[in-house]
Design a protein around this ligand. Structure first.
Ligand code: UD1
Ligand code: UDP
Length: 363
């Protein structure tokens, strides 16, 4: 019997890469179901190529829809595949609609579910991912937590301790594995005319930041102020959910350079050489801590408290321009003296060692 990996978005491809690579290397039988929640070349194929991942056996071609239609379409498609080819375990990662659909489809069929990056909580139910996380955790049989913090949350929610394992975050597997390759192979700094330590990197894709035009415009004005006062260019690889209006709101600031989403090697090169990172991304907060770059979190809450405790990331007290500016100046003065809290790059090893007996037992 085999492992089925269900994935659909950019961060899931990156954060499942080490598990998929090790499964292939170690001769484990496995299948990949791609929901195609993300489908643009730069949100999808580029990562399969760069991380040398095998082609998914199943493409569901769900793409962009309302959340209900998206999850419903995925659920039906994943169920069909799981019924035709029942696996020993279904592995999902994170908190996307694809992860929820994968977990739900498997649990309805009585197939064990393994959740990679379990136990994160922002305690903000207006965030679509928060609902997904809670549901996935409560239907999972194996909960793989990045740090002890998440195991503690899960205990307070009554999840059996025997299901919970602290393994580190698989983002550290990818980041540490590809950082050197990115240094050697990426030419993005030259292409964009950037110098190490002289630019800041911006990403922004959370609905809470992008969907209200006034809020988004004010946020862009605030980050442009930070860049202007520090003498930085602000490089902004834009997520495709940003429409014309948001692109225009960013582009009107001369210090902001908009670029298409970049592949993983270029992203690691941009992260490693930035003076400052401004982001509402979850994965980028983790990578900033791992790569020892200072990161201002453009959010009102956070589900990765260890990023703050380590000192690598700062959560401003509000997203008002004055608060962001004050937080950025304090962060720029802070020494880089933190330890990476997200693991040693071997999370995949601990996860596979726990899952292997299940796979054997269900032969
Ligand atoms: C999703 C996840 C979010 C994750 C993010 C990673 C959910 C609820 N959200 O958000 O947790 O942080 O992925 O990037 O699962 N689009 C394209 N091409 C693509 C993909 C998206 O044009 O290849 C555009 C479409 O207009 C689409 C919009 O982006 O409507 C949003 O895409 P969607 O997958 O629904 O959510 P994300 O914002 O990407
Ligand atoms: N990323 C990338 N290219 C980009 C933007 C992000 O390779 O143009 C990577 C980033 O380094 C991290 C992951 O994508 O590993 C994070 O994805 P995203 O911010 O879309 O999602 P989140 O982590 O917020 O769920």
């Amino acid at each position: 019997m085999h492992i089925t990996y269900v994935l659909g978005t950019r961060p899931e491809i990156i954060k499942l890469a080490s598990l998929i690579q090790a499964s292939a290397r170690e001769g484990l039988r496995f299948t990949i179901i791609h929901t195609n929640q993300h489908y643009a070349e730069q949100m999808d194929r580029v990562f399969f190529r760069e991380l040398e991942l095998p082609e998914p056996k199943h493409h569901l071609d769900i793409r962009s829809r309302s959340h209900g239609a998206q999850i419903g379409g995925m659920l039906a498609g994943i169920e069909r595949v799981l019924q035709a080819e029942p696996p020993a375990v279904v592995v999902v990662q994170g908190d996307t609609n694809s992860a929820l659909a994968g977990g739900l489809a498997a649990s309805k069929l009585g197939i064990p579910v393994a959740h990679v990056e379990a136990g994160l909580r922002s305690h903000d139910r207006s965030m679509p991912e928060e609902i997904n996380r809670v549901l996935i955790d409560h239907l999972s049989d194996y909960l793989f937590c990045p740090t002890a913090n998440q195991a503690e949350y899960l205990a307070t929610e009554g999840i059996q301790a025997g299901r919970v394992h602290v393994t580190g975050n698989t983002i550290a597997d990818a980041t540490l594995n590809y950082a050197e390759t990115a240094r050697l192979r990426s030419g993005i700094l030259g292409t964009l005319g950037l110098n190490t330590g002289k630019y800041a990197l911006l990403t922004c894709h959370r609905p809470s930041n992008t969907d209200n035009p006034e809020h988004f415009a004010a946020l862009m004005a605030a980050v442009a102020d930070i860049a202007n006062l520090s003498g930085f260019t602000l490089v902004f690889p834009i997520h495709p959910r940003l429409g014309k209006q948001q692109r225009h709101a960013a582009e009107r600031h001369r210090c902001i350079t908009l670029i298409d989403p970049v592949g993983y090697l270029d992203m690691l090169a941009l992260l490693q050489n930035a003076a400052l990172i401004l982001t509402d991304s979850g994965g980028i907060q983790e990578e900033a801590c791992i790569l020892r770059r200072k990161c201002l979190v453009l959010r009102r809450n956070i589900e990765r408290p260890e990023a703050l405790v380590s000192g690598g990331c700062v959560l401003p007290s509000s997203l008002e321009a004055s608060e962001l500016l004050a937080a950025a100046s304090a962060l720029l003065k802070r020494p880089v003296n933190w330890h990476n809290p997200f693991g040693d790059g071997l999370a995949y090893r601990r996860i596979l060692d726990i899952l292997k007996p299940t796979i054997d037992a269900r032969h």
